[in-house]
Design a binder for this molecule. Structure first.
Ligand code: ADP
Length: 304
């Protein structure tokens, strides 16, 4: 199975003519409420493909927490390890989108930021059955690293999506604790100082990540596809040809797909082909977790 330790948010998006200036109130035209948070998005992406995905983390005991749990359960994500925290509110993202496509986002981490050692301790039985642990940076990293240690001891691997981009360099313990990292272009630049604009610059950035002690570097390059480097080799996979309309959560669908394929025993190059197709399909649909493809859709894109 796939174990995700990460964030759960309720995204509240309002669509109006323009964004408000500080101190101003504007009337927008419509709004949408959806499940978000990188942890939830990645778990949903793995479950949509048919993976046995468990999501660990926290919501509050409030109505938004119940909404998020219902959404997750409906997509088949196992919310057993998702703790209901009586002391913190469910995380929310308050998103404004203007007619010209500009956005302004405020995230309140709430219960997500309270994740700690107790959450990892509660997970004990989950490590025995999990093959892949997925982490991101919307929840406290210390708990993620503790989970990575347990995952390795149980014989599984950990993939850290360093998103949102870290503000301070990772210590050496981070590079050693996780098996793979999957930075996008911005995150690669934050980690290495190099912007991966083509396969030569991506190869240089990947080498820097490997020199720090990482085993598998996977650089997500948007419409440029993905560059990877690992003990079994390295290479560039061009992006699949699709009509991209909304790139929100492409990276999360990529990571969910990567974990799904690795957990079922695919080789790394094969798992990256699946992930690359998942990321591409996610850009053809609006929304975050709503944009995740099924395995049939992935297989049909890979055959085309
Ligand atoms: P993030 O969403 O984290 O910023 P990217 O934008 O790099 O990540 O997208 C993740 C992956 O999704 C890419 O590596 C690629 O596989 C796929 N992808 C993203 N944008 C496109 C696109 N325009 N066409 C095809 N595939 C895409």
């Amino acid at each position: 199975s796939i174990l995700v330790l990460g964030s759960v948010n309720v995204d509240i998006t309002s669509y109006g003519a323009r964004l408000p200036a500080p101190g101003e109130t504007v009337h927008a035209e419509s709004y949408a409420i959806a499940l978000g948070g990188k942890g939830a998005n990645q778990a949903v992406a793995a479950a949509r493909l048919g993976g046995d995905a468990k999501l660990a983390g926290r919501t509050g005991t409030d109505a938004f927490g119940q909404m998020a749990r219902d959404w997750l359960a409906r997509t088949g994500v196992d919310t057993g390890p998702l703790w209901q925290d009586p002391d913190h509110p469910t995380g929310i993202a308050s998103i404004g989108v203007s007619r010209d496509g500009e956005n302004a986002i405020t995230v309140v981490g709430g219960a997500n930021m309270a994740i700690g050692a107790e959450d990892v301790a509660r997970l004990d039985s989950a490590f025995a059955s999990a093959k892949v642990l997925l982490l991101q940076l919307e929840t406290p990293l210390a708990a993620g690293l503790a989970a990575a240690g347990k995952m390795r001891a149980a014989g599984g691997m950990t993939v850290l999506d360093p998103a949102p981009a870290p503000r301070a360099p990772f210590g050496s313990e981070v590079w050693r604790a996780v098996d793979a990292m999957t930075p996008n272009e911005t995150e690669t630049e934050a980690l290495t100082g190099l912007r991966p604009t083509d396969s030569a610059s991506a190869a240089r950035a990947a080498s820097i990540l490997i020199e720090r002690g990482l085993r598998i570097a996977v650089i997500k390059m948007g419409a440029g596809g993905v560059y990877w480097r690992a003990p079994e080799g390295e290479g560039h996979l061009p992006a699949m040809h699709v009509t991209a309309i909304d790139t929100v959560a492409a990276g999360d669908c990529f990571n969910g797909g990567l974990a799904f394929a690795l957990a079922r025993g695919d080789s790394l190059p094969e798992a990256l082909r699946i992930a690359n197709a998942c990321g591409a399909l996610a850009t053809t649909r609006r929304g975050a977790s709503d944009a995740a493809p099924t395995l049939a859709e992935v297989e049909s894109l890979l055959k085309s």
